[in-house]
Structure formats: structure tokens, C-alpha cells
Design a protein around this ligand. Structure first.
Ligand code: GAL
Length: 425
């Protein structure tokens, strides 16, 4: 009788363990809530559900483009010791801040056993690793240096996209005189204004000086940065008056409703336009910002596993899924971006994406500071705020703008922080 009871107890325990493992939870944080991006993540979560039907998926979307709100939430959860299973993070400095504090699990073994070092470009591998270990898996490659335009307005005004930044600047008064907003901007969060500066800097300074600026090796006193400040101030005179009350996607909406001719935005705008029912190269065009042809300014969304992640196996399964060809194809076709893998067929991607897939193979690669890859996060935050000061004080002299940007870099010890980090460029 006693042995029967023990037998029964063991049986119940095994059964309970089975139920417990069946009830594993996969919790994920992301900031993909706008048109296009929300559908893209839903598609891959659905693929995950198909593959692991017993896992409970808890998606925690936190609205706010570029992760402006979600990043604060994640930091709090991680510091409080209650991290989710995984979360969206920009590969590069945004990820390094966690990896350097030992808050992420190294996943070098997984990278090796899955053969990912053969399918992701070298630069992206660098951005996903810190101090010799991999910590994240890339979901996509976005291109920050894109300008989007309303084709009907361009046709009506007889415009073609110029190939230089000076040509771009020259075109703005003509568009305004015709009654359209030349550059749609939605800077209710100031990263979008900073993108105007960042992509203009890339056009004026070229990739080497661009990198040097964000590594603190040249300052805002450099003639190329000074020229960028002047173009930036001019661009800001040609944005929609209600820019401060709009988000990035609402600014894209100004193109769709025919009010604005252009916007400078990463290719998540491509996903937004498709979701709005616009046809690429028919209703809208998207090309490299004039003067940045041949340069690919990377934005890489990736996923890590935090130390102490609950139901960690569900996280590893997620990483394995998002690295596959079908998941990278399904996600990026909707998102407007391109796969981080180089071996995904172009079938099913729109012509702007196909052009970017070709460009990624041959372009000079830089990385976006605004989107967490190229420069230390604390510096980028202060630098974006400095640009906002310049934006709202159009009478500031060029020298005062230079001084403000230089002070920001000095106070955050940009050069020293970059030089002492275990980071590959
Ligand atoms: C970027 C992110 C993109 C897109 C965009 C707007 O930072 O990398 O995937 O979501 O913000 O939210």
C-alpha cells in the first residue's frame, strides 16, 4: 500500500512537471506599434506560436518610436531583477550597455552551433557582440539614410530627387512656394530631428568623418560639421508647423494625405506606407538621402536573453526562429527593412527593398547613432537634446551651436568612452 502511495505521488509529480513545462511563458518587449511594424512582429509571433503551441506568449508592446519609452521600462525591469525572456534592442552601443554590465547571457555557443557566423554580415556580427562574445541575434537591417517622397507631388512640380545635399536644400523653397510642406517631421520625441542632422552629416562629411565625429575624434568645429549645422537649420525652416505634436508615423501620414512632399526617415517608413495601401515606386519613392548614395547607415533591431530570464528555453527557441530564412523574409517584407541574413531570396520584397538588398552587399557600412548603434547612449541623449536647443533657437550663431555640441561631447567624455570600450569598429 505504502509503495503504491509513493508510486502515485511520483506519478502526480511527473504529471505536474509536465503541466508546468507545458505552461512555459515567453515574455517579449518591443516598441513596434505603428502601421507596418505592428503587423510584422505579429506575423513572427504567430510563426512562433505555430512552432511552440504550448508556450504562452506575453507580448508587451510599449509605444514610442525608436524605443524612447520602452528602453526606460526595460532598464527598470532588468535593474529590479525581473527581466522578460527577451526584448528588442538596437545592436551596438544600446546593447553594449547591458552586456558590459553582465546583464545579458553570452550566446556565442548558439551562434556557432547554428552557423550564424556564415550568414550574417561581419559588421552586423560586430554590432551583436561585445568583448569577444555574442549577446544578440539580429532580426532586420534598417537603413537610416533614406528620403521618401510623394510621387504625385514630385510629378506635378516636375521634380526629380537631386543627387547632392546642396541640390536637396535648393529644392525646398520651390516645394514650399507651391503650397506643400517640403519635409514632414514628427518630433514629439526628438530622435526624428536628430535623424535630420545625422543623415545630413553623413551626406556632407562622408562615412569616415561621420564615424570620427561619433567617436569623438573630430569635433563640431570641423568644417563638415559646421556645414551640417547650417543645412540642418535650413531644413528646419521647411518642416510642417505642427511637427512637435506628431509622431514619426503621423509625419509619414502627411505624405499619404498629400500635404507633404518628403520625409527623411528610416525604412520603417516603407512598412508604414505599404500598410497604408501605398504602392512603392507608384505612389511613393524611397532612395538614399542625396549625397549618401553608396553608404548604408545601419539600424539593426536585435534580441538578447537577459541574465535571469524566465523560461529561458523559450527565449533560445525565439532566437533560433528569428534567425531562419522564412522568419527573416516574413518579418522584413512587412517591416519595410531587409533581412540581416544575406542568403534570403528577394522574392516577395518590394522594389525599394530589393534595391537596398543589393546596396547592402556593396555599400560602405556606417551605423546610426540616433538608433543606438554608433555612439554611447548617454552621449546620444545629450546630443539629441543639444540639437533640440538649436532647433528652438534659430537665432543661435553658428559658433554658439558648435560650442554647445562640443560641450556635450566633452561632458560625456565621448572620445574617452569610445576609446576605452571593448568594441569593434
Ligand atoms: C527604430 C527601430 C525600427 C522602428 C523605428 C520606429 O529605432 O529600429 O525597427 O521601429 O524605430 O519605431
Amino acid at each position: 500500500m505504502k509503495s503504491f502511495k509513493v508510486f502515485l505521488l511520483v506519478g502526480l509529480l511527473i504529471g505536474a512537471m509536465g503541466i508546468m513545462s507545458m505552461a512555459a511563458t515567453f515574455s517579449i518587449y518591443d516598441w513596434w506599434t505603428a502601421g507596418g511594424e505592428a503587423q510584422a512582429i505579429a506575423t513572427v509571433l504567430n510563426m512562433y506560436h505555430q512552432a511552440y503551441p504550448d508556450v504562452t506568449i506575453v507580448q508587451n508592446p510599449v509605444a514610442g518610436g525608436a524605443g524612447v519609452n520602452m528602453q526606460a521600462v526595460i532598464k527598470s525591469l532588468i535593474f529590479a531583477g525581473v527581466p522578460p525572456t527577451t526584448f528588442q534592442v538596437h545592436a551596438g552601443w544600446e546593447m553594449y550597455q547591458y552586456a558590459s554590465a553582465n546583464l545579458l547571457q553570452p550566446i556565442t555557443n548558439l551562434w556557432q552551433s547554428e552557423g550564424w557566423t556564415n550568414v550574417f554580415p561581419q559588421r552586423i556580427q560586430q554590432l551583436c557582440s561585445y568583448n569577444g562574445q555574442f549577446y544578440a541575434v539580429p532580426m532586420d537591417v534598417h537603413r537610416a539614410n533614406m528620403v521618401w517622397y510623394n510621387k504625385a507631388i514630385f510629378d506635378k512640380l516636375g521634380l526629380t530627387m537631386p543627387t547632392t545635399i546642396q541640390g536637396f536644400i535648393n529644392m525646398l523653397p520651390k516645394i514650399k512656394a507651391a503650397g506643400y510642406t517640403p519635409i514632414a517631421l514628427g518630433d514629439s520625441a526628438n530622435w526624428t530631428t536628430a535623424m535630420l542632422f545625422e543623415e545630413t552629416l553623413l551626406a556632407v562629411a562622408g562615412p569616415d568623418k561621420y564615424n570620427q565625429y561619433f567617436e569623438g575624434k573630430i569635433t563640431a568645429s570641423d568644417p563638415a560639421v559646421q556645414q551640417t549645422i547650417q543645412y540642418f537649420k535650413t531644413e528646419l525652416q521647411y518642416v510642417n508647423p505642427n511637427h512637435a505634436s506628431l509622431t514619426w508615423d503621423q509625419a509619414c501620414g502627411l505624405l499619404v494625405n498629400g500635404q507633404a512632399a518628403m520625409t527623411i526617415m528610416g525604412d520603417w517608413a516603407n512598412g508604414y506606407f505599404m500598410a497604408a495601401g501605398w504602392k512603392p515606386n507608384v505612389d511613393y519613392g524611397g532612395v538614399a538621402v542625396p549625397g549618401t548614395e553608396g553608404i548604408y547607415n545601419l539600424v539593426v533591431d536585435s534580441f538578447p536573453i537577459p541574465v535571469g530570464a524566465p523560461d529561458v528555453q523559450t527565449g533560445y527557441d525565439w532566437l533560433k526562429l528569428i534567425a531562419t530564412v522564412p522568419a527573416q523574409a516574413a518579418f522584413n517584407q512587412i517591416k519595410g527593412s531587409i533581412p540581416a541574413r544575406i542568403d534570403v531570396p528577394t522574392t516577395g520584397f518590394n522594389p525599394i527593398q530589393v534595391a537596398n538588398m543589393e546596396a547592402l552587399k556593396k555599400d560602405v557600412l556606417t551605423a546610426s547613432a540616433v538608433h543606438g548603434s554608433e555612439a554611447p547612449v548617454a552621449f546620444v541623449t545629450d546630443w539629441e537634446n543639444a540639437l533640440t536647443v538649436i532647433q528652438y533657437h534659430p537665432d543661435m550663431s553658428l559658433q554658439a551651436c558648435v560650442n554647445l555640441l562640443n560641450m556635450t561631447a566633452q561632458q560625456d567624455n565621448l572620445a574617452g568612452t569610445v576609446a576605452s570600450a571593448n568594441v569593434n569598429y
